[in-house]
Design a protein around this ligand. Structure first.
Ligand SMILES: Cc1cc2nc3c(=O)[nH]c(=O)nc-3n(C[C@H](O)[C@H](O)[C@H](O)COP(=O)(O)OP(=O)(O)OC[C@H]3O[C@@H](n4cnc5c(N)ncnc54)[C@H](O)[C@@H]3O)c2cc1C
Length: 388
């Protein structure tokens, strides 16, 4: 396994539970996720629960009561979806809002000893008759029957298999921040997810870390900002200027933050293939997507469960055929989620006018249908049960 992000760690746990001998090579000297929030939907949490992580997750997660799309200026609710107990009953697993370091901690604690190798950067992968040779930055090598590239959006494994790619700048940037909730107490915001949709931009916020922090993601035009890195800092004054005219709740949340990180959002066309022989890709390495359905990590977790199910009890000789099956099974769904996320880049950012009014009318009509008419296809999917 190359990479110990949410995808790689989940896959390592699932593969180890399936009886495989797993090694994870992670370039960073310590496990880290940027301090920010993440939403996990039932299609991902049912997998984490099956891995025995339900109690550990429940201890750190927030269960939001609902999620809402709202109009940017007057805050009118455009669309609303119940979460909380309703979604859990309907899909058999909860919807969670999590602080990323908490999620990473839950996953890391579930790893068997000796699996994780930190500070080990993979530089090349070569397929040989007897398996795969993984070359590391310190000059050492490791042999494996199968190699999984879970090395994220700038994947070395992807470049090794299919050559360098040219991502397309989406035109948008995301400011992200966390605010101690006592600074927002006067707003009396319930535990739920919000997305405020406005011209060329939208603002998402929800509680994380046992509701001690409010997480926000402010998506707006990117100008000449092209840095795609969690560690890059932005300026709160710039974020506030981008959301001038937005509802006071939005502006108060930005104002209450001490710092913000800024991430240029790139789009990548779906890859024609994910696998070659005994090597395949998963998570952002395979299907990077814009974050507008909150599903990138959820899809990585689905990949992990599928790989573990297919590779369980498999003889080494069967690996190439099983990786081909993994790709055939996972690629259509991940591509659909990539495309849905891309569509929301337009839908969420319509300028006020006829197209926005038509969108809002569609949202209103959806609200009259079953509560999960819009997103049920995402939530009901069971990546393991669906394997043909
Ligand atoms: C603003 C924003 C909001 C988002 N919100 C959500 C959300 O609410 N819900 C959701 O499901 N998804 C969300 N996502 C998407 C989600 O964050 C990603 O899809 C997910 O983190 C990808 O996980 P991964 O394990 O595939 O990759 P990564 O988390 O990128 O992990 C890759 C790992 O590989 C390591 N690595 C890289 N190269 C090498 C190498 N050569 N050798 C060894 N190690 C290497 C890296 O150090 C890293 O640890 C969001 C994304 C953004 C940008």
């Amino acid at each position: 396994m190359i990479g110990a992000g949410i995808g790689g760690l989940t896959a390592a746990i699932a593969l180890a539970r399936a009886g495989l001998r797993v090694r994870v090579f992670e370039q960073a000297p310590a496990l880290r996720e940027v301090g920010a929030g993440i939403q996990l939907a039932p299609n991902a949490t049912r997998i984490l629960h099956r891995l025995g992580l339900a109690d550990a997750l429940a201890r750190v997660a927030v269960k939001p009561a609902r999620s809402e799309l709202r109009r940017w200026d007057d805050g009118r609710v455009l669309w609303s979806q119940p979460l909380g107990a309703v979604i859990e009953e309907r899909f058999g697993a909860p919807y969670y809002h999590l602080y990323r370091p908490d999620l990473l901690g839950v996953l890391a604690d579930a790893l068997p000893d000796g699996v994780l190798h930190l500070g080990r950067r993979v530089t090349a992968i070569t397929e040989r008759d007897d398996g795969v040779l993984v070359r590391l930055g310190d000059g050492s090598t490791a042999r494996a029957d199968v190699a999984l590239g879970a090395d994220g959006i700038h994947s070395t494994v992807r470049a090794t298999l299919f050559g360098p790619e040219s991502p397309r700048f989406s035109g948008s940037t995301a400011y992200r921040g966390l605010v101690p909730v006592e600074r927002l107490a006067h707003l009396d915001l319930p535990r739920q997810g919000y997305a405020w949709l406005g011209p060329d931009r939208h603002f998402v916020h929800y509680y994380v870390a046992g509701a001690r922090l409010m997480n926000f993601v402010a998506v707006c035009p990117g100008g000449d900002w092209r840095i795609e890195s969690w560690s890059a800092r932005g300026r709160l004054a710039d974020a506030l200027a981008e959301f001038a005219g937005f509802h006071p709740t939005v502006r108060e949340i930005i104002r209450a933050a001490d710092e913000t990180h800024r991430w240029a959002l790139y789009d990548r066309a779906p890859l024609p293939r994910w696998s070659a022989g005994r090597v395949t890709l998963m998570g952002d390495a395979a299907h990077p997507m814009l974050p507008f359905l909150a599903q990138g990590a959820c899809q990585a977790i689905e990949d992990a469960a599928t790989l573990a199910r297919l590779l369980r009890d498999a003889p080494a000789a069967a690996v190439p055929e099983l990786l081909a099956r993994y790709e055939t099974h996972r690629k259509p769904r991940a591509t659909q989620v990539q495309q849905g996320s891309l569509e929301n880049a337009t839908t969420y950012h319509l300028p006020d006018g006829p197209a926005q009014e038509a969108r809002d009318a569609r949202y209103a009509a959806l609200a009259l249908e079953a509560p999960y008419a819009a997103r049920g296809w995402l939530f009901e999917h069971d990546a393991e049960a669906a394997i043909p």
